[in-house]
Design a binder for this molecule. Structure first.
Ligand code: ATP
Length: 271
């Protein structure tokens, strides 16, 4: 379990102020795999994320929690280098994701919010495409593809167009793409969104298995998800980090009830 480093809003701001957003070359701990340092994203005057700082150590499984529109996807896109931060910077396995994105991406598997694109491709076609794009050596390409087909249980749909697959299979195809190059860091944006209870069980099982060897940050707005899987919770609301600590600490904040804690910390947003 992560130490109960519960952090108030002001403490969160204090933490980010200690690190200069321009200090991209400063050394990070070798065990720190995901780092957000003062990340903000502005769309005109609107802040989708504001001064978000945290780090995830090797082997942790951290839930990134928040109500709809809190800024989870925006922060994840900045962490993965898909969008540029307005302020701050992100590092994956020590690589700054603006200056050194290719090196960081080799260590990173990313499941975007809406699963895989390329609806006209089959899962096999898509995996071959990504294997080539990622430069997997010919000698290991087939083995790697076979391995993710097995992990994600895709063999029954491997030659069907992705557009014809159920939501659950689409998510698994997205996951297979994220795992293909054997990254040691996974950033997964709502991996259980829209799945039925059996599919959710399957994804949780896969997550637990993967967390034995990988560092995982997964976003969700489902509280049971957090209690079922995570070592630690980072909660954001209206673009700001409002809690960073373990599930027990979150429960205490809500007087024994994580739902209550969520309600208090997110300004009484309805979920
Ligand atoms: N390109 C954009 N232009 C303007 N506003 C944006 C853009 N992208 C996101 N936003 C806004 O930023 C806020 C945060 O969005 P984001 O998708 O990061 O939230 P989220 O926590 O992932 O929500 P959800 O759980 O609904 O996916 C929302 O109000 C959203 O409308």
């Amino acid at each position: 379990m992560a130490e109960p480093a519960r952090q108030s809003d002001s403490a969160a701001i204090e933490l980010s102020n200690q690190s200069s957003p321009t200090a991209a070359s400063s050394a990070s701990s070798p065990t720190t795999m995901i780092e957000a340092v003062g990340l903000s994203k502005f769309y005109g005057p609107f802040a989708a994320a504001r001064d978000v700082s945290f780090s995830v150590k090797k082997g942790e499984l951290v839930a990134f929690l928040g109500p709809n529109g809190a800024g989870k996807s925006t922060t994840m896109k900045m962490l993965t280098g898909y969008i540029a931060p307005s302020e701050g910077y992100a590092r994956i396995a020590g690589h700054n994701m603006m200056d050194d994105r290719i090196a960081g991406s080799r260590r990173l598997g990313y499941l975007p919010e809406n699963g895989p694109l390329y609806p006209e491709m089959t899962p096999m076609g898509m995996l071959e495409f990504f294997a080539d794009a990622r430069g997997l050596p010919l000698g290991t390409k087939k083995d790697q593809i076979d391995k993710v087909i097995e992990i994600c249980d895709l063999s029954s749909v491997i030659y069907k167009p992705i557009s014809k697959l159920s939501k659950g299979f689409k998510q698994r195809v997205g996951m297979s793409q994220a795992l293909l190059h054997e990254p040691d860091v996974l950033i997964l944006d709502e991996p259980t969104a829209g799945l039925d209870p059996n599919q959710i069980r399957g994804v949780r099982r896969t997550m637990r298995k993967l967390s034995e060897t990988k560092t995982i940050l997964l976003s969700t707005h489902i509280l049971q998800e957090v209690e079922a899987m995570a070592d630690r919770v980072i909660l954001i609301n209206e673009g700001r980090k409002v809690y960073d600590g373990d599930v027990d600490g979150l429960r205490e904040t809500g007087h024994g009830d994580v739902n209550e804690a969520f309600h208090e910390l997110t300004g009484h947003s309805e979920i």
